[in-house]
Design a protein around this ligand. Structure first.
Ligand code: KG4
Ligand code: ZN
Length: 320
């Protein structure tokens, strides 16, 4: 049994996953409401909240799985990338638990964690595959060749796809985090109402900052009443442009690689239009798209593991 811990951003999460990939517990305590008042994640506030929540969340996961720490064979924890203060809370908790039980510890890369959301039962996907990882912090096209072996084919030159959703939501006067709100509102709108641009960047990279500026200009021209009337159309058109950019690049990369299996992971993988646009793809299960610890425990099955007590000096990293 692997205990996974994830605290890289604003979700405090703990999970128990068996070595053969069955989820026994997956507890996520989101701080989204706490940060909503600021319109985004405040790193220092996040760290302090993780500190309060990490113990109870681990305890809750153990309870949900009906096990104790005696049943845990390994601790897996997100080492980076993310907010360093937030990461350090999870890392310190993981070290303390592992050290007190003389257990091994597997430091996990958060992005590999997202990919590893595909490796869990009941429908595990095996490498190789082409993976779109779209989250609030990253947009990556990965040629995944093995559990611990991937090549970056493309990345964003500016905003991540989830960030584009969140910033767009803000311009539309929706709450934080905005991706889910845009997704919901877009269902009532006309995606052809506005012709938002899909950035033309060379290679397999992405760019979303121009799109965000187009939305800014479109909303600026509207009075408050007009914005109310057009909000759903704006959301639908804006979402359509993001999804087109993502799907277009995925198709191009797939053609270059000779039609591999396609997979989609990360918070934006929960977007209904994206899921519908890639019916042939392996899509991360909805509860495992946004940040969680089951994906971290999953990656911990394959990651290099440090024996007791060789991990006590481990540090977190903010970026890859
Ligand atoms: O993977 P994740 O939980 O955190 C990071 O590692 O960044 O992704 C969070 C991102 C946020 O930007 C959020 O707005 C976006 O995923 N998101 C969505 C949807 N649900 C979450 N974006 C579009 N449509 C959704 N349904
Ligand atoms: Zn994430």
């Amino acid at each position: 049994m692997i205990l996974g811990i994830e605290t890289s951003c604003d979700e405090t999460a703990a999970a128990l996953v068996t070595v053969d990939g069955h989820i026994r517990a997956n507890v996520v305590s989101s701080q989204a409401d706490l940060h909503a008042q600021y319109g985004g994640v405040v790193p220092e506030v996040a760290s302090r909240r993780h500190l309060e929540l990490v113990g109870p969340v681990v305890r809750e996961a153990l309870g949900e799985a009906g096990v104790t720490l005696d049943d845990v064979d390994k601790v897996a924890v997100t080492q980076g990338p993310g907010l360093v203060g937030a990461l350090l809370v999870g890392l310190a908790a993981a070290k303390a638990i592992a050290w007190s039980r003389r257990l091994p510890l597997a430091p996990v890369d958060h992005l590999r964690g997202h990919v590893a959301s595909l490796y869990l039962e009941p429908d595990p996907v095996e490498p190789p595959f082409l993976c779109l990882l779209a989250s609030g912090g990253h947009t990556l096209l990965l040629d995944v060749r093995g559990y611990e072996d991937e090549q970056v084919l493309g990345t964003t030159l500016d905003d991540a796809a989830g960030e584009a959703f969140d910033k767009g939501a803000r311009l539309l006067g929706l709450g934080y985090p905005g991706g889910r709100e845009v997704d919901r509102l877009a269902r009532d709108g006309d995606p052809a109402a506005y012709d938002f641009p899909v950035a033309q960047v060379p290679g397999l990279d992405f760019s979303f900052s121009g799109l965000k500026t187009s939305l800014l200009y479109a909303t600026r021209e509207l009075s408050a009443d007009e914005l109310d009337a057009r909000r759903a159309d704006l959301a639908a058109s804006y979402q359509r442009a993001i999804i087109r950019a993502l799907v277009g690049r995925v198709r191009e990369a797939a053609a270059q690689l000779g039609s591999p299996r396609i997979a989609v992971v990360g918070g934006v993988a929960s977007n209904s239009e994206l899921r519908a646009a890639l019916p042939d793809a392996a899509l991360a299960p909805l509860p495992l798209c946004t940040d969680n610890a089951a994906m971290i425990a999953s990656a911990g099955r394959f990651a290099a593991t440090l024996a007791y007590p060789g991990y006590l000096g481990l540090d977190a990293y903010a970026s890859r």
